[in-house]
Design a protein around this ligand. Structure first.
Ligand code: PHE
Ligand code: ZN
Length: 878
């Protein structure tokens, strides 16, 4: 807690550590009123450090120091300095053993960093700087130690005691206590340390690796969740196999464990051999979780597992390199998900998230490069830019090198840096060395923030049968960065002939190779490409498969967009053409209440609904209108209320005009039992629930009885929640209330389902007005200490319920500010994350931005603001 300005940390000030830790021998005595941590570290001076003779400094946070021993001798109080965040021992030899005993209070730890309690069990979260809340340690990722961990606790209350690596000892102690000792043979940074103690049940399986080793797989959950582990276990085995086949990476310990905990700030954590997951990112069964949850779980299980190589075996030198592990691992998990399902749909989903949320971040006050140059609080840098733009940057290397050279590059990277803590530059260098390609300009993607804008102009000359395309790039200024250099951008494109087929692409001076999609490499401010042998004016299909994280401006006519929607051989661009068309149509209505909805959008949607031969997964995506958040992102000084109402009108017009087709679609899309999460079945359920929600939106009585029937008889949560959401957003007030009540009665014992119930209401323009949202906060199932509950009510309201959050009187903003101030004391990470919507205040029309700014100022003026919230609020107001 502070009132003064927190310190800024700069990448340019990086120095190698003065001391290294070879072994960390830990002993935890766990009690109900606290925990005693005995740490014994074998430390030596780093031969590569400059400051030989410098004092030993260990990080700490909220620790009660009990004793310090150096080489077996207890130090007197004047032989060390116990500052609140640092333990300093001024004079130490070149190599020594340091024993430190600290006392901590996990039961009072509401920040959920370090060692804390979640529904009765002990668990840890150490990334990024949580280990220092457990004991004094050089808590930085370039200090890698071998850990040995002994856990002691009451045997009845905590029968399961887990840590990283392999169990090497266990036994009984006095007073009904017991212990287990774990040893991790792999040196690791402290952020990968983990410990769990609780009354958990264990679900087992095995996996035989490519070299024939048998790995013991275990998922630990509370007994009530014993029937929710199968999907995660399957996902884990698929991930292990995929990483062997795709990257040649084999698992390295004999045991791999996953633990589910209810109270968790993030999604999941890749601790060595002992991944800890937010319950909502690992537990599922068809009756209580949706398709979306199943897909998310598969991706996150894979993500954390893949970190074992991209993150753990090769880790980050410092936290500026965070995207080294996160961007690369998101890229790996997205390749995996694409392979397990529909690659086009996965690409659409990734691009949607990027264009809606990361582009917004990159255009706002918190914009930062994929490799940031400075930060105040590292927890604030687990961002869409580090993760999602970082993924895109790795994907572009993959595109530029092609799959074989990329694999050579990743092999070299893992081999060269195994056991090391390295930088994004080391990653790029491995890719260069393996491929022979020069990526020096490409490195700007790591250094420059902001979303590049490509402006495309074209011109067709019938006489010479040439088509000329000029592509200019510019990168907007971002905080602290102006006058940016052009970046190296892989720009995939195709050209469509009037009959809808792809034209072979031959650049002037080349021989025709017959390829119809080409990746042009943009490196200059502007390029002109001349295609020859083009018989008539083509329609360009630009940035195929979203080959770079950029915005593209090109003046397609609506007829051209319709044409691309039905003919483009690139599925992504077929979808994107539809999005562009819908954006234009909605825009045209904005502020013009009487304007007509362009009938071309209605007809395009009708064609899609009737097209039974098309890939239904793509059709389901194409029928989804751009979200309000995306429309706002695209707009200049958006008026949220106007955008909301324009979009609503389009939904109503579509639903009314397509009533028959929607009913027909609803009847037709009935996936067979048993429930499966295949792309086909997911698409079917998604189409069916979309049809239902559109029809209920216009108060269709026939659809009402379909919805009630589906709500009653659904055997999976996708359909049950789909019906509930449609009812909630319908004008049928009595049915809506009854359904919400029945749903809660049925599911109140399942916290994950209750979270869905909260978020359906809080995100709804119908039931999510501010007074109702406040009532949800008073509900018996709401819990201010549980991040998932906060996200499902406050997060859903501020992030998805834009019409109520952006109430023009500012009540939504004040509510969010109050919530942030309240949470800042108990859980600063969650408080800081909730502030994101307010940080974009400058973007909005004045009726909104004034209120947003005032709300931010009211947070800024709170006494004792955490470093987390301080950084976000001050940077946003600067
Ligand atoms: N490293 C985790 C992941 O992306 C995310 C995380 C960060 C979890 C910080 C907890 C704390 O896989
Ligand atoms: Zn990760």
């Amino acid at each position: 807690m502070r009132t003064s300005q927190p310190k800024t940390i700069y990448l340019s000030e990086y120095r190698v550590p003065d001391f290294l830790v070879d072994h960390a021998d830990l002993r935890f005595e766990l009690f109900e009123d606290g925990a005693r941590v005995h740490s014994s570290l074998s430390i030596r001076r780093n031969p590569e450090a400059h400051g030989q003779g410098s004092p030993l400094e260990l990080n700490g946070d909220s620790l009660q120091l009990q004793s310090v021993h150096l080489d077996g001798r207890e130090l007197a109080k004047d032989e060390y300095e116990d500052r609140s965040d640092l333990l300093v021992v001024p004079s130490v030899p070149d190599a020594f053993e340091l024993r430190v005993v600290t006392w901590i209070e996990p039961q009072n730890n509401t920040r959920l960093e370090g060692l804390y309690k979640s529904s009765g069990m002990f668990c840890t979260q150490c990334e990024a700087e949580g280990f220092r809340c457990i004991t004094f340690f050089p808590d930085r990722p370039d200090v890698m130690a071998r850990f040995r961990t002994r856990i002691e606790a009451d045997k009845a209350a905590y029968p399961v005691l887990l840590s990283n690596g392999n169990p090497v000892d266990s036994g009984e102690l006095d007073n009904g206590r017991h212990f287990v000792t774990w040893e991790d043979p792999f040196p690791k940074p402290s952020y990968l340390f983990a410990l769990v103690a609780g009354a958990l049940v264990e679900k087992n399986d095995t996996f035989r690796t490519m070299s024939g080793r048998e790995i013991d797989l275990r998922i630990y959950v509370e007994p009530r969740n014993a029937d929710k582990t199968a999907h995660a276990m399957d996902s884990l085995k698929r991930s292990m196999r995929w990483d062997e086949e795709t990257y040649g990476r084999e698992y390295d310990l004999d045991i791999f464990m996953i633990v589910a905990v209810d109270d968790f700030n993030m999604g999941a954590m890749e601790n060595k051999g002992l991944n800890i997951f937010n319950s909502s990112c690992v537990l599922a069964r068809p009756e209580s979780e949706t398709d979306m949850a199943f897909q998310r779980i598969e991706a996150i299980v894979a993500h954390e597992y893949f970190h074992n190589w991209s993150g753990n075996r090769v880790t980050c030198r410092d936290w500026f390199q965070l995207s080294l592990k996160e961007g690369f691992t998101v890229f790996r998990d997205s390749q995996f998900s694409a392979d397990m399902g529909s690659p086009t749909v996965k690409r659409i989903e990734d691009a949607t998230l990027l264009r809606t949320a990361q582009f917004a971040e990159d255009a706002g006050p918190m914009a930062h490069p994929v490799r940031p140059a400075s930060y105040m609080e590292i927890s604030n840098f687990y961002t869409l830019t580090i993760y999602e733009k970082g993924n895109e940057v790795v994907r572009m290397i993959h595109t530029l090198l092609g799959p074989e050279l990329f694999r050579k590059g990743s092999d070299l990277y893992f081999e060269r840096h195994d056991g090391q803590a390295v930088t994004t530059d080391d990653f790029v260098r491995a890719m260069e060395d393996a491929s022979g390609r020069d990526l020096s300009q490409f490195r700007l993607w790591y250094e420059q923030a902001g979303t590049p804008v490509l402006t495309v102009e074209d011109d067709y000359d019938e006489a010479s049968q040439t088509y000329r395309l000029t592509v200019a790039q510019s990168i907007p200024d971002t905080p602290g960065q102006t006058g940016k250099k052009p970046q190296h951008i892989p720009f995939a494109l195709g050209l469509l002939a009037a009959n809808g087929t792809d034209i072979p692409l031959t650049l002037a001076g080349e021989h025709s190779a017959g390829v119809t999609t080409r990746v042009l490499e943009l490196t200059e401010k502007s390029h002109t490409f001349e295609f020859t042998g083009i018989a008539s004016r083509p329609v360009p299909s630009l940035l195929r498969n979203f080959s770079a994280p950029v915005r593209v401006n090109y003046p397609w006519t609506r007829d051209q967009l319709m044409f691309l929607m039905s003919h483009d051989s690139d599925g992504f661009n077929r979808w994107d053409a539809g999005q562009r068309l819908a954006v234009e149509v909605i825009r045209e209505l904005s502020g013009h209440a009487e304007a007509e909805v362009d009938p071309r959008l209605v007809e395009a949607s009708r064609t899609l609904l009737n097209d039974r031969d098309a890939d239904q997964a793509l059709v389901a995506k194409m029928l989804q209108l751009p979200t309000e958040a995306y429309l706002i992102e695209l707009a200049d000084k958006p008026d949220v209320q106007i955008i909301h109402h324009a979009r609503e009108r389009v939904v109503k017009v579509l639903a009314t005009a397509l009533r028959e087709e929607l009913l027909d679609c609803y009847r037709r899309q009935q996936p067979a039992e048993p429930y499966q999460v295949t792309p086909e079945d997911v698409a079917s359920r998604s189409l069916r629930n979309m049809a239902l929600s559109w029809l209920l939106h216009i108060g269709d009585e026939g659809a009402l009885s379909l919805a009630l029937g589906q709500f009653e008889s659904a055997t999976n949560m996708t359909d049950q929640a789909g019906a509930l959401r449609a009812l909630v957003n319908s004008p049928f007030e009595a049915e809506r209330g009854r359904a919400l009540e029945a749903f809660y009665q049925r599911w109140h014992q399942d916290p994950q389902v209750v979270e869905q119930w909260f978020s359906i209401q809080a995100a709804s323009p119908v039931t999510g007005d501010l007074p109702s949202v406040r009532r949800l906060l008073e509900h018996e199932a709401f819990d201010w200490k549980n991040p998932n509950k906060i996200r499902s009510v406050v997060g859903a309201f501020a992030g998805q319920n834009l019409v109520h959050f952006h109430d023009q009187e500012g009540s939504g903003y004040r509510f969010l500010a109050d919530t942030i101030r309240r949470l800042d004391d108990s859980n600063p990470q969650i408080a800081a994350r909730l502030a994101a919507p307010l940080t974009r205040w400058r973007k909005f029309a004045p009726v909104y931005s004034e209120g947003m700014r005032k709300a931010l100022e009211s947070v800024r003026d709170k006494d004792g603001l955490s470093r987390d919230v301080y950084e976000i609020v001050h940077k946003s107001l600067a």
